[in-house]
Design a protein around this ligand. Sequence first.
Ligand code: GDP
Ligand code: IMO
Ligand code: MG
Length: 432
Amino acid sequence: MPAVAVVGMQWGDEGKGKVIDLLSESAGHIARAQGGNNAGHTVVVSDKEYRFHLLPSGILYPHTKCYIGGGTVIDLKSLLGELETLRRYGIDFKNRLFISPYAHIIFPYHRLLDELSETVHSIGTTKRGIGPCYIDKAARVGLRIADLIYQDTFADKLAKTLHLKNRELVKMYGQPPLDIEDVLTEYRTYAAEIVPFIAPVEEMLYRASQNGEKILYEGAQGSLLDVTFGTYPYVTSSCTIAGGIPSGLGVGPTNINRVVGVAKAYTTRVGNGPFATEFSQDEMQFFPDHIAAREIGVTTGRKRRIGWFDVPMLRHSIHLNGADSLAIMKLDILDELDELKICVGYQIGSQKIRNFPATIEELAAVQPIYETLDGWKSSIGAIRSYGALPHAARAYVRRIEELCEADVSLISVGPRRDQTLWLDRFFGEELK
Ligand code: GDP
Ligand code: IMO
Ligand code: MG
């Protein structure tokens, strides 16, 4: 029985939330392995829009069990806010949400340090404290979800780490130190609400897998934001590729049977860093505006940068993830364009670049080589089968398949669940 990893192939915001929600209808378990509330995953059901930051996007179905894995970093206040929103929507999550004791906790000093470090070396982060929390994890001074259970040792550990962090705040940034009692009081109230959700996530997923139950692994961010293989240093601080799932959830790599790579029919990026196929101002004029295209960041409200579909990037991501198939999202956003460009390769001067650049200097220097295809100039949002798509839209998808040497298993033509064309290639009957 397949366990499917759903991962972003570009710079995040590809539409992973929609794909996870679709596949959750027939999956029992949905798990997040990495990242935190820097993620923003949107699910649209009829006219209602749900936005998830840390909660798995499969939580809307009453039959699912949802897990937040040991590789994540958790902002407790933000998570409690998400749970409050679920309550308001009347979604019952009792006995359906499980948090690993191994996950690390984001503290106010992480958010502060994220914001302050942006003034010195701007990555364009979400300022959610993600990087500083992972720094503390690697430096072995972080506090974990398990620490919430033991109040006295929690206070001792926090005091030691806060001493270090206050030195950084005061000496490096000239900021006032944080008061331990304030932080303790705040976090004790969160602890009371969070502790009931702590569970042996790793063992639970092992059992589910042994019983042949369907599991979805929900990637956050995108492959080009991976801390090792992304466009470093303009990346996030976790492993965002499929290989990060086993280490972030404590499951064996053989537990992942399929990897679905989610990609937009074009490219977007929020935050800084090189973007080879980014639109010129002229090109931007022909594209729907950011609101119509739903290209405003879910977490920070920033406008996303937009550009053409980038095959060298996709091939790189497909290989890094071992993606079995692609979900091509937001094809409808290209409806009005007279012609579409696909970047089929890179060159610097007259020299063709064979492999995706490992440095941002090289990526910033490449000139994209484009191929131009006809637009379809009609609305495809109401189309429900691949065969009914306009000829030019099918040609566009087929060309992506050909150039990427990958099969497309799903095409999305709108944000809602029903605006989905299934190509029946790799999900297999069991998962639909
Ligand atoms: P994620 O972070 O990968 O889950 O993606 P986001 O939720 O941050 O951004 C994707 C945006 O595009 C959201 O507003 C979705 O509702 C929207 N979306 C997803 N698929 C489609 C689609 O096929 N067409 C259109 N028009 N919008 C889509
Ligand atoms: P989802 O899961 C898009 C980007 C930030 C910034 C860089 C580092 O919704 O696809 P961080 O706060 O993580 O230290 O920021 O990573 N970033 C995302 N961009 N989608 C996301 O998540 C992102 N999460 C982080 O904009 O460039
Ligand atoms: Mg997003």
